[in-house]
Design a protein around this ligand. Structure first.
Ligand SMILES: Nc1ncnc2c1ncn2[C@@H]1O[C@H](COP(=O)(O)OP(=O)(O)OP(=O)(O)O)[C@@H](O)[C@H]1O
Ligand SMILES: [Mg+2]
Length: 227
């Protein structure tokens, strides 16, 4: 199996008034193409911090992130932004939807930025995704008119629109009821099987992972431990 994503001795500290908070203290991991990996651990352990670093959204204090063998933080900012846009889908824990735009436009946005497909095709695909995750009646709503769970689903659709090979999802079902969570997990498994898209999912919800099938990576004391 070939590696799509890797971290080597990844460290991240936050500095607060001269005090150092060492969140990640040398994370090593390797995700293969086509895997579904769960990053688990208690609140505050550093799951979001790790996902942001893996998604080329932040800078590590030390260490390395590789995407398809390329050192993500060794490249220029512009190149990294382009890589992020084309190869990575990111579902933020707190959605980060653009408030001035409708659900449909929010989902379409990455397709417009990447210029990957035709605008018309992107619009159709965005709508399909919204329907698939149960938001048929919410496509013209703005984020302020959506519930937390609806916003979360819009954020998921947005991460999928460009069909990135890697999707990093930070608590993607954190605000959803059992039924909606299941729909999301089924969609993720379907995309994983049909398109071989790789998923790394941070969660504190036990039961999303299928034992014996998915990877489970436990974060503890700033390090990653494989179960
Ligand atoms: N920008 C920041 N500045 C200072 N400290 C931060 C910053 N971001 C996160 N932290 C701290 O780093 C630690 C890890 O935060 P992180 O958000 O990665 O945890 P998490 O595992 O995702 O938690 P949760 O399950 O609640 O989402 C926490 O103690 C948090 O307070
Ligand atoms: Mg978090």
């Amino acid at each position: 199996m070939s590696e799509i994503l890797g971290a080597k001795n990844l460290c991240k500290s936050y500095f607060d008034g001269g005090r150092e908070l060492r969140v990640l203290r040398g994370v090593n991991l390797k995700i293969n193409k086509g895997e579904i990996a769960f990053v688990v651990g208690p609140s505050g352990v550093g799951k979001s911090t790790l996902l942001h670093l893996l998604g080329a959204l932040d800078r590590p204090t030390a260490g390395e992130v590789r995407l398809n063998g390329i050192d993500v933080y060794g490249m220029r900012e512009r190149e990294r932004a382009r890589l992020r846009c084309l190869k990575i889908g990111f579902v933020f824990q707190f959605y980060h939807l653009l408030p001035e735009f409708s659900a449909w436009e929010n989902v379409l946005m990455p397709a417009l930025i990447s210029n990957k497909g035709q605008r018309a095709a992107g619009k159709v695909r965005a709508l399909e995704l919204l329907v698939e995750i149960g938001l048929r009646d919410r496509v013209h709503h703005r984020p302020s008119q959506l519930s937390g769970g609806e916003s979360q689903r819009v954020a998921i659709a947005r991460a999928l629109i460009n069909e990135p090979e890697l999707i990093l999802a930070d608590e993607p079902t954190g605000n959803l009821d059992e039924g909606s969570s299941q729909v999301i997990m089924e969609l993720i498994r379907e995309l994983n099987e049909k398109r071989r898209q790789t998923f790394v999912i941070a969660t504190h919800q036990e039961g999303l992972a299928q034992e014996g099938k998915d990877r489970i990576i436990q974060l503890a004391d700033g390090e990653a431990i494989e179960e």
